[in-house]
Design a protein around this ligand. Sequence first.
Ligand SMILES: Nc1ncnc2c1ncn2[C@@H]1O[C@H](COP(=O)(O)OP(=O)(O)OP(=O)(O)O)[C@@H](O)[C@H]1O
Ligand SMILES: [Mg+2]
Length: 506
Amino acid sequence: MPDNVILRISNVSKSFGAIRALRGVDFELRRGEIHALAGENGAGKSTLMNVIDGILRPDSGEIIWDGKPVRISSPTKAQKLGIGFVHQEIALCPDVSVAENIFMATTNISRSFLMDYKGLEAKARDVFRQLSDIDPSVLVRDLSISNQQLVEIAKALTLDCKVLILDEPTAALTETEAQVLFGIMRRLADSGIAIIYISHRMVEIFDNCDRVTVFRDGQYITTRNVAEIEPGDVVNAMVGRKIENLYPDKQTPEETSQDVILEVQGLTQAPRFRDVSFQLRKGEILGIAGLIGSGRSEIVKGICRLGGDVTGEVRLNGRQLTLKHYQDSIDAGMVYLSEDRKGDGIFLDMPIAANVSALKLDQVASNLGMIQSDLEYSQAASLGDRLNLKCGHLSDPVSSLSGGNQQKVAIAKMLSVSPKLIFLDEPTRGVDVGAKAEIHRILRDLARNGVGIVMISSELPELIGVSDRVLVVREGRISGEVAGEMMTEENIMHLASGLDAQELTA
Ligand SMILES: Nc1ncnc2c1ncn2[C@@H]1O[C@H](COP(=O)(O)OP(=O)(O)OP(=O)(O)O)[C@@H](O)[C@H]1O
Ligand SMILES: [Mg+2]
């Protein structure tokens, strides 16, 4: 039914210099549907959303809103039409409160003296209550990434929109938080709002969306009813080839070793975590699970001396380490891939190549202390190739890359120092299925070559698919360990929450 269509994109193109991000794409959005947009990193998904939101002007093509051609010249104009946008990268003002961040969005569009502040506040509170128990008066900078993401979502939900765009909203959320969001999305759709949902997680698309459109290399490939296809079909349309094994082989019994790479004993940083002890053996990938706020990241950061004083012992290959700063940890051969690539993962304004070599500048510096850019570039190029990095030129700033490709730069940066032990915090957040499988393969190869791998992930299928053993953290302590057949989502959730399976599904 054509009159059911709220937004139609017709033959839209957009280039950034030599990069053709969108090549004559079409897209149709109906009222009341949840429409997934899928595609590899760099396929053009966010670019199209930025066009719809008036952030980018298309080079050519047409946008038809409610049956009429429109020019969306700015985000304010988009908001006035009724377009709400939750961006892939969090864009809140860190130094003001949660409530003010939410209000800023609304006041932006109706600068009227008669604005119903009371009503607005009530609405914001209502939206917020559904989403989380965050105190609206705290400063955004004091929130975790996942809570910041929830504020972004609340901000968009407070606006009265007809079209809601969610660009990878669950990348920083745990399963439970994501489920709450899906419930809200369905209610909004039932009330007639059209939702565009971008995600690299097939399960989410198949559990929550009505239709899916696939882009590849800036081109429109297909739109299908989710009920009529399989996840494998979407993956094939995205990558244009079959992906056989999503996860690499695990460590075989012959490969197991008693050699201990890392030994942590009695690590404590009260009240964040207490008495954490574990070992990492040669050749294994150790997963760390836990709810957000359980202390997973803090423990790993504590080992690498990234966050304040800790007590306890850390031994690397049998040698006790005395670390004061993160640089000592890098020098000893331990690196940490942050879950917050924007905050402390990469330097957005610096060239891709410089980022890749940023951890250990002396490796690419000549005797005179000058950075040898040839070496820097060749190193970046070879790591970029391995990770299938999609970029124009290695001298371009990281900010010009798509979200998933930025994540690949963060991983390349870490690998560039040839570490002995790597801690990865949500390493494949926002990374597409193909590149994700590649990253997992690289991690397995590294483990086989004797590099210690410790991986935190909120995505349980990933944690189970990749790890040989999983430690579960609850309230700052290790609450259990699972391996082999015991490594199931249920067992992990049980250890993470303290609830048993029945309580979890209730
Ligand atoms: N401001 C920019 N300057 C230069 N190139 C850009 C810019 N924004 C996007 N690009 C390029 O356009 C292409 C499409 O990027 P886009 O962000 O739309 O991808 P995406 O499908 O959202 O990917 P992801 O899943 O990684 O978020 C990429 O090759 C990207 O590097
Ligand atoms: Mg994107």
